[in-house]
Design a protein around this ligand. Structure first.
Ligand code: C2E
Ligand code: CA
Ligand code: CA
Length: 638
């Protein structure tokens, strides 16, 4: 099996065949040598047969040198073809040389010519055994073709010295074969070892660039791929980068566990692979973010692909028993329109994604330059927020929460306002998230609670104050103490404070959250579940935590989805609320029709522009005083 080296796998074989061609110079020197000696031998021998063989040998030698130059440059020539060409040339040359040497001895020409050709042939046989050891079948074939004609002639001629020469050449055969095979084995082992380690390195590199959960490229792989792609992009070609972030993935992960989360990611990945064009780069950028990049002709083509991908992700996903619905936000940037290099392109797509998320998720947004300006604004807000408190630019507004039976004010919700000297009034939706990101929310939140408590302390005892809390405020160490301190300082009974929290706070299952709620709950503080219906809307939390109110989100009252379905949901929540002793607040009431509708559906409390916009503290106090007066005069009349 050593002769036919099929046992070696193709790549090792290829490398070995290449060694046949790596030294065209040695081939040329050999050819030159062969032509020169054979011509001289023919000239000295003066025999027609010798001349013919010498000419044939010269033709073969010259052809081989030419072929050695041309063949390796022909790209699509396989190793086997290359090997065959070499084999034929080598055998022809060896045979010609052997026959020529044999002829000089057989015809007993001038002894110098015999010497010249015999030395040449034996020298060639010995040399070739080592040179072509990379392909032992060729090397041994050449060896035999050179020496066999010589052997035949030497053994026929009845001369002792020639017979001895024949024996010594005969002995040379096994000796040279064994050298060939030894060299070959060593060569093969080292080539194979080098190949194995090269392949191992390649495998490690692939692994380092692959995301384990989804099998897609990871961040490193994406980077590598995009750099290569950019290099290969034709002049007029565009590259679209789609950056996706799954909406509320964290909640699924927290509620159903990481294993379910991982399988969901894998399913999203395989769907993206399916709908993305074949030549697209598809990567998981980390967490629940995916990036797809591919060449595009124009924006509308990118838009069609974007919508297809979003639709595909939104289709329900089955994981075991669970039927999950996950949506995604997307930002799109196009090279070279939005940015000429990779970093800029990524930044643009990221900004576009941010816009999608702010716009209420499940959205696609193309990058536009205003986004960069918004980022600048965000940075400014970030920088100025810390100073805003010291400069007295923040204040608290109060919006009444009305008893839908009696029409009386039962509570006020504290809503923060920022009056910026240059930018005008800033909405909390704009600066609260910034405060959360920078951690400024802790100081800001404590200040809000304290201000709200001071205002409420001036109101009649049956009117409570509702304060919104950010998740970060609850998780901060000593959060409960901060709130109790604010109550003490304002001399407000804990039972008159209601903290509005959203479901996201509870999804973390953090011990800090539980401690916070228990500690304050024991002190008498009450809790309301805010924005109900927008998140995961798990009813489990209603049982686990002592909520006294559920605030049904504005979108059920005045949003685009209002209709039979939202009505049914409000009804169901109200019914459950009344059983569990909770009150149901409808938010965002703007018209009398909406007020009537939610009242009929079972809500006990209402809040919204129909009753009042959020107002400063003195107006809230006036509202209460007015109401008292009206109530008393009503009682007198009654
Ligand atoms: P939220 O807790 O859902 O607050 C209710 C929001 O609805 C307020 O917006 C309020 O002005 C608005 N609103 C009330 N009635 C109506 C209505 O009839 N129609 C419409 N279209 N809107 C109405 P605002 O003050 O801009 O606050 C937005 C969000 O910012 C709040 O949503 C809350 O999540 C957050 N936020 C506001 N103040 C604070 C605060 O002091 N601390 C924290 N952590 N978050 C706050
Ligand atoms: Ca609220
Ligand atoms: Ca709300």
């Amino acid at each position: 099996m050593l002769f036919r080296t099929n046992a070696l796998d193709d790549r090792v074989r290829k490398i070995l065949v290449e060694t046949l061609y790596t030294q065209p110079a040695s081939l040329a020197i050999g050819a030159f040598n062969g032509i020169m000696t054979s011509m001289v031998a023919a000239y000295v021998a003066e025999r027609q047969e010798v001349t013919v063989t010498a000419i044939l040998l010269s033709i073969v030698a010259a052809t081989r040198v030419a072929m050695a130059h041309i063949l390796p440059r022909m790209k699509n020539l396989e190793a086997e073809r290359l090997e065959l060409f070499y084999e034929l040339g080598a055998f022809a040359y060896a045979l010609a040389l052997g026959v020529l040497a044999a002829q000089t001895i057989a015809f007993n020409v001038e002894p110098v010519a015999q010497l010249l050709m015999a030395c040449n042939a034996i020298g060639y046989a010995v040399g070739i055994a080592a040179r072509n050891a990379g392909r032992p079948a060729i090397a041994i074939g050449q060896l035999l073709l050179v020496v066999v004609p010589l052997l035949v002639v030497l053994s026929i001629r009845n001369e002792l010295a020639l017979r001895v020469l024949a024996i010594s050449i005969l002995l040379l055969i096994p000796a040279m074969m064994s050298i060939t095979l030894n060299v070959f084995r060593t060569l093969r082992n080292s080539v194979a070892a080098a190949e194995t380690s090269a392949r191992l390195a390649e495998k490690m590199q692939t692994l380092a660039r692959t995301d384990v959960v989804t099998g897609l490229l990871n961040r490193a792989g994406l980077n590598h791929d995009l750099v290569e792609r950019l290099g290969g992009l034709r002049h007029e070609q565009k590259l679209a980068l789609f950056w996706m972030d799954l909406d509320k993935f964290k909640e699924v992960n927290d509620a159903l566990g990481h294993q379910v989360g991982d399988r969901l990611l894998a399913e999203v990945a395989s769907r993206l692979r399916q709908v993305a064009p074949e030549d697209a780069t598809v990567a998981r950028f980390g967490g629940d973010e995916f990036i797809v990049a591919c060449p595009m002709n124009d924006r509308s083509e990118a838009e069609i692909l974007a919508l297809t991908m979003i639709d595909e992700i939104t289709r329900p996903i089955r994981v075991d028993e669970d039927r999950l619905e996950i949506a995604s936000s997307m930002g799109i940037a196009i090279l070279p329109d939005d940015g000429e290099d990779l970093d800029t392109l990524m930044q643009c797509a990221d900004l576009a994604l941010y816009r999608s998320k702010v716009n209420g998720r499940k959205q696609i947004s193309f990058y536009d330059p205003t986004m960069s300006r918004n980022l600048v604004r965000r940075r400014e807000i970030e920088a100025e927020l810390r100073l805003a408190l010291q400069r007295d630019e923040l204040s608290i507004f109060f919006q009444p929460i009305i008893d839908l039976e009696t029409g009386r004010v039962r509570a006020f919700e504290a809503l923060v306002r920022w009056f910026h000297p240059e930018k005008g009034e800033l909405r909390p939706d704009e600066f609260i998230p910034v405060a959360e990101e920078t951690g400024a929310i802790i100081t800001l939140g404590n200040w809000i609670t304290s201000q709200a408590a001071h205002a409420a302390a001036q109101w009649p005892e049956d009117v409570t104050i509702a304060v919104n809390l950010s998740p970060l405020q609850i998780k901060a160490p000593g959060a409960a103490l901060g709130i109790l301190k604010a109550l003490r300082e304002a001399k407000l009974a804990p039972s008159r404070l209601e903290l509005e929290i959203t479901e996201t706070v509870l999804l973390d299952h953090s011990q800090n959250t539980d401690n916070f709620i228990n500690e304050l709950g024991e002190a008498g503080v009450r809790f309301a579940l805010d924005d109900f219906g927008t998140g995961y809307s798990s009813l489990g939390y209603l049982n686990k935590y002592p909520f006294s109110k559920i605030k049904v989100d504005r979108s059920f009252v005045s949003g685009i989805n209002v209709g039979k379905k939202s009505d049914a949901i409000i009804r169901a929540v109200s019914e459950m609320g009344s059983r569990l002793g909770m009150e149901i607040v409808a938010e965002g009431l703007e018209t009398i029709d909406q007020v009537e509708a939610v009242r009929m559906a079972g809500c006990t409390l209402g809040q919204g522009y129909y009753f009042s916009r959020p107002v400063p503290d003195y107006l809230a106090a006036m509202l209460l005083a007015q109401e008292r007066k009206d109530y008393q005069s009503q009682r007198k009349v009654g």
